[in-house]
Design a protein around this ligand. Sequence first.
Ligand code: SF4
Ligand code: SF4
Length: 356
Amino acid sequence: MDRIKKKLGFGMMRLPMNGEDIDIEQTKKMVDAFMAAGFNYFDTAHGYINEKSERAVKEALTSRYPREAYVLTDKLSSNYFNKEEDIEPMLDTQLAWCGVSYFDFYLMHAQGRNNYQHYMDCHAYEVAKKMKEKGKIRHIGISFHDSAEFLDKILTEHPEIEIVQLQFNYLDEDDPNVQSLACYKVAEKHGLPVIVMEPVKGGRLAKVSAPVASLFKSLSSASPASFAIRYAASFPNVKMVLSGMSDTSQMEDNIATMKDFVPLNEKEQSVIAKARSYLRTEGLIECTHCEYCEAVCPVKMPIPDIFAALNEERAAGKKIDVSLSEKSAECLACGACESMCPQHLPIRDLLTKANR
Ligand code: SF4
Ligand code: SF4
């Protein structure tokens, strides 16, 4: 933890793109701007951006900076191992793709009731401990998407966990599916620091509707995203806030917000509370565009795009594109997507709605 310089991390899951490929030159510029501003924490996973993120980490970061200049977190995702013996080779592949000999943090990815047993059956936590002894990882952690009660169970069963990554933002604070604040308190009870993911909820708290934007404008000219990031960073046990930045303007805004971080004051907290109340009345689908669902769908359903279109229809009256509506009819109702969705969305029902 003491190698982390500032409370903002670069999430490498929404990098700038050139068609199907990551725009490496642009990514290098963003990495350079981030490092020059005094930040040094980076986060990736094997599946991010169709398995291209780790290799972008190597090209844009690890091949260009000395190892001690940055802190790098990677994750063990459930769809990349079927048995205990698969895990160390998987980690070795990740290290090779990232171009490093160790990860600072290695997280058991997206832990929840839908996959925890798989990690237990394959002794993933025990293997992680062995990998730590071998020096391939420095610290063991989890990222988590389930109830506070289930988090308590995992942390009780695994005292080797050193850090917890949570979805944490002002809209999800007391959301019954996400339970951000309750999970934060569980991590605190176990004496564990928290890394925040989705502080702007996949962009939902960056591009807010006009009434919410005017609430923030009444405070200052700072962006709605900056208030969302400062909200998360203001909690004392939050050691890191990740932002999946995909262009220079997002990065500049985040750097300006977090270079000399100031916690939210009372007046700003009360505006956040008003923004939360208003956003809840909008009734939008709370998809964060993580694409975990699409990766497992046998018909490659563009689920996040369909949900974005449904949201636009509701918010702005824009009719859903016919091709998306027709595509939604191809759903086989297998449910594989729902078991992967960190937001626990009723994807099949929503696709039926899109088709109607
Ligand atoms: S339920 Fe439909 S959208 Fe979901 S994974 Fe199965 S086919 Fe794809
Ligand atoms: S529906 Fe769920 S899994 Fe799919 S992109 Fe949205 S939040 Fe992610």
